[in-house]
Design a protein around this ligand. Sequence first.
Ligand code: ZN
Length: 510
Amino acid sequence: MNVIFSSESSRLAVEDGLVADETARSAREIAVDGFIVPGLRDAHFHPITYAASLVVPSLKSAQDFAEISQRLNQAADGMAPGVPMSAIRLDDETLAEGRLPNRHDLDTMAGDRPLIIHRYCGHIAMANTAALALAGVTSATPDPVGGTLDRDAQGEPTGVLREMGIEVVSLPLAEQSGPAVTDDQVVDAMYALASVGLTSIGGIVGCGDGPWADLGDQFSQLVRIADRLPINVRVLVIGQDSDQLRDAARRIKEVGSRRLTFLGVKIFGDGSLGGHTAAMHEPFADADTTGQLRFDAAVSRPLAETALNLGGIVAIHAIGDRANAAVLDFYEDIVAGGGDANRLRIEHASVLGPDEVAAFARLGITASVQPAFMASETEWLEKRVGPVRLTQTYPLRTLLDAGVPLAGGSDCPVEPPHPLPGIAAARDRCGIVPAQGLSAAEALSLFTTGAARALLEPEPLVAGSPADFVVLDVDPLAATPDELREARVLATYVAGELVEVPDGIVTWQE
Ligand SMILES: [Zn+2]
């Protein structure tokens, strides 16, 4: 049986939660009013940070420091004095001041309440003086491995924290304040994902350390709500050591939920384009730096081997071409040692020269891509990478033509969770180098077949595969990208059952 959606089908035979052959006598037929499409999958998603983005103060699209201050004060209303506060999704590109706020700026905003603000990319954060004091950070505190604490001319920390420097402050804050989101709020957030058409996500979580450590032990939170999950969460653990991975796989198995499975390990190779921390071969076009390579093969090897031995995958974040080259070298060794290339992913794979694309293709490494990045980077991407590298940034057409397996995602809450605008962006690229655009079917398959494969799920909507599907009000293969952006998800089915989304669920806040 072939994929069904192209036939404008509005019926599906289901048996025991699986797609049934139409001739199966005991199958039940689900008839819908709309277009049946395979359940949309997001290969790279941060479920707890997303849930937090719906409830903790978001600074996205704040125009200037005054607006940041106003939003923070609003959020602090009713909070006991002295309780630490976190805020997320700050984007300095939209700030009139044209720079990140430092500790002194934050002191005028939050006073003596410890405050940490995460840049939207998750690779940079800012702390005020009270937060630095709570964390015991002084001019004598050394930079941690893989990160920096920015300092002024006198050597005093400015409050700007980069990469592993973030958790130097966020961990002590988390100990003080506890998790920022409740279990109920995370469950609501997963219903919100069903309502936008997602039936599975690759859910990236930390275990109380690493980026967003102030959000608490995200892994344990997912395990606690496993039985309440309306959609499938394939867990990628931001693991620091092999024991942590083995422990995570064991705990997921013990829960025995169909919805929660162990997917593997997430490792960081570099930073972001927005923060100039992506590792590039050549300097950025608008800053005299080649970014920060965070990738350490010696540290990553045991993690990767453990994940593969546990039946999982390896997903390594690499945005700049230099980071991609380093990770591809590493994967070449893993493959030479007998590792399965089908289980090796590079997250983002944003800037790729011909050498990197060739290595992806030769090894068969999956590029886990986020087309929606283009929607929010239209204003500054060319300024960052320059005109030549712009044609090599998010090179979806080049990758697909080279035979590289692609998987779609959002990196939510970096971008909104909605997969349909992501599919649209893979087609028209929001105007960025349109020649790198995909066809309607190719773009859809990023978020269906491609992501399913990257999540170790069977081919969607074939006989015997889980009846995970959505009903749209348009045919995604006939709709224009703009029509797709406006399209509505009429219903979402997981394992043949309609997901009943509670009233009042919020899917996104700016
Ligand atoms: Zn991410």
